[in-house]
Design a protein around this ligand. Structure first.
Ligand SMILES: [Zn+2]
Length: 435
C-alpha cells in the first residue's frame, strides 16, 4: 500500500514537471545526468593543476585541457597569448550556428593560489563537498559551462546556436595594460546580446548577480610646512600635513559613508617629516618627531560603486573636500585609471534573472532572487556592462570560503547548475517558455 502510494506520488511529480519541460529539455536533463561523473572527474583533474594567476604554465595547461573539451563538442577553440599583458592568456571557444541570440559565456582559468601556497590539490570533505583551490572560484563554473554545452549538443541544438566562451587567465590579478588584458572579453561582449557568467557569487544557488560594484583606487598626497611644533597653528606654519589628512578622511566619512552601495576604504597611511613610499611593496618608512610639524602624508585607498554615475558623484564630492585645505597645507587626490567597472543594475539584467528563476522553478529547483550588490565583488562580467542587452553572474558552483585555504565547493550542485544554464540558453534560443 505504502509502495503504491509512493509510486503514485512520483508519477504525479514527474507529470507536473514534464508539463513545463519539453522533449529537448528532457534530453538536456538526461545528458547532464549521464555526464555528471565525467565532468566531476574533469573538475578533479583541473583542480590538481596549480593555476595561480602568475603560474603562467599552469594557467595555460588548464586552458589546453579545456580547449580539447570544447573541440570535442564541435566548437572552434583558440588560445590567445598573454605576453603583451604579462599573463598566460585566455581561452576562447565559439560555435558556428546562426540561430537565436548571441551568447557570451564567461569563466576564468586562474586562481589566487600560486605554487608557493600551502593549498594545492583537492580533498573530499564528504560525498559532495570538495575542498580545493578554485573549486568554487571558479573551476567548478568552468566545468558547468562545459556540461551545459555538452547537454545542448546532446539535445541536438548546440550547432545551431551562437555561443562564444571566454575563459580569462587573469581574473584574479589582471594583466596590464588592462585595455589589452580585457580586449578579448570586451570584444566578445560587443558581439554578444546576452552575457552569462559562471562565478560562484555569494555561494547560494538561490541567488544570482544582476549588479556588481566596480572597484578602483585612489591616492591622497598632503603637504604641510615643517616647523617646530611650538609654532603650529600660527599663520606662518599652519596645521601640518597630518591634521589636514585627518580632516579630509573625516569629511569623506561624514559626507559619503551613508551613500547606499558606496564604500571607500583608506587602507594605507604614511606621514611625518619625511616619508619613503615603496609602491611595489605596498609599504614604506616614515620619519617624524613629536616636536616637528608633519610635512608629508600619503594615503592609499579603494572605492567601490554600483554605477558610473555613483562613482563620478562620489569622486566630485571627494575632490571638493580635498580642495578646502586647512591653513598652511595643500592636498592632491588622484583616482587610478582602469579599475574594474561596475555591472550596473538594469531592466535587461532583471528580466534575465526572471527567466532564470522560471527555468529553475520548472526544473524543480525553486525560485532565484538577486544578490545584494554589496555582497558581489568586482568580476569579469562587469566588462560586458553597456555592451550587452542582458547579463547575469553567479551561475557557477556554490561553495564557501573562496580566496582562502578552506575553499570548498558542493559537487552535488554541478548538475543542478548545468541543467539550469542549458535550459535557460535553449529557451532563449527558441524564444519560448521564458515568461
Ligand atoms: Zn573568480
Amino acid at each position: 500500500m505504502r509502495i503504491v502510494s509512493l509510486l503514485l506520488l512520483n508519477l504525479i511529480i514527474i507529470s507536473n514537471l514534464s508539463a513545463q519541460i519539453n522533449k529537448k529539455e528532457q534530453a538536456i536533463i538526461r545528458s547532464v545526468n549521464e555526464q555528471n561523473r565525467y565532468y566531476t572527474d574533469l573538475l578533479k583533474s583541473i583542480i590538481n593543476i596549480n593555476s595561480g594567476t602568475m603560474n603562467l604554465e599552469g594557467v595555460k595547461e588548464v586552458g589546453t585541457m579545456l580547449k580539447k573539451e570544447f573541440e570535442a563538442l564541435g566548437m572552434d577553440a583558440r588560445w590567445v597569448e598573454g605576453k603583451a599583458f604579462n599573463r598566460a592568456g585566455h581561452l576562447v571557444a565559439t560555435t558556428k550556428g546562426k540561430k537565436g541570440p548571441k551568447f557570451l559565456l564567461i569563466g576564468h582559468l586562474d586562481t589566487v593560489f600560486e605554487p608557493d601556497s600551502p593549498f594545492q590539490g583537492y580533498t573530499m570533505v564528504n560525498d559532495s563537498i570538495m575542498k580545493g583551490p578554485g573549486v568554487a572560484d571558479m573551476k567548478g563554473g568552468d566545468v558547468i559551462i562545459l556540461m551545459a554545452l555538452k547537454a545542448l549538443k546532446d539535445a541536438g541544438v548546440l550547432a545551431q546556436m551562437q555561443v562564444e566562451v571566454v575563459m580569462t587567465g587573469d581574473e584574479e590579478n589582471s594583466g596590464s595594460p588592462i585595455a589589452l588584458s580585457k580586449k578579448d572579453l570586451i570584444e566578445g561582449a560587443k558581439r554578444a546580446d546576452i552575457a552569462l557568467a559562471f562565478e560562484n557569487a555569494d555561494g547560494d544557488p538561490k541567488t544570482i548577480v544582476v549588479s556588481r560594484r566596480g572597484s578602483s583606487g585612489w591616492t591622497l598626497n598632503v603637504e604641510g610646512n615643517a616647523a617646530h611644533s611650538s609654532q603650529i597653528f600660527t599663520d606662518r606654519v599652519g596645521v601640518g600635513a597630518i591634521y589636514e589628512a585627518s580632516r579630509i578622511l573625516n569629511e569623506f566619512y561624514l559626507q559619503l559613508s551613508k551613500e547606499e552601495n558606496l564604500t571607500f576604504n583608506p587602507g594605507f597611511f604614511l606621514g611625518g617629516t619625511a616619508i619613503d613610499f615603496q609602491e611595489g611593496q605596498s609599504g614604506g618608512t616614515a620619519y617624524g618627531k613629536s616636536n616637528v610639524v608633519a610635512q608629508q602624508v600619503i594615503i592609499n585607498g579603494d572605492i567601490r560603486a554600483v554605477s558610473g554615475e555613483q562613482l563620478e558623484k562620489a569622486q566630485k564630492i571627494m575632490l571638493e573636500i580635498v580642495s578646502q585645505n586647512f591653513p598652511g597645507t595643500t592636498a592632491a587626490l588622484t583616482f587610478k585609471e582602469g579599475g574594474y567597472p561596475p555591472l550596473s543594475p538594469s531592466a535587461g539584467n532583471q528580466k534575465l534573472l526572471n527567466y532564470y528563476s522560471k527555468v529553475s522553478k520548472d526544473l524543480g529547483f525553486g525560485p532565484v532572487s538577486p544578490v545584494h550588490p554589496r555582497n558581489a565583488g568586482a568580476a569579469d562580467v562587469s566588462f560586458t556592462s553597456g555592451h550587452v542587452d542582458m547579463a547575469i553572474d553567479g551561475m557557477g558552483l556554490s561553495g564557501a570560503d573562496d580566496h582562502t585555504i578552506n575553499e570548498t565547493g558542493d559537487l552535488s550542485k554541478l548538475s543542478v547548475q548545468a541543467k539550469r544554464a542549458a535550459v535557460l540558453m535553449y529557451r532563449l534560443m527558441v524564444g519560448k517558455g521564458l515568461e
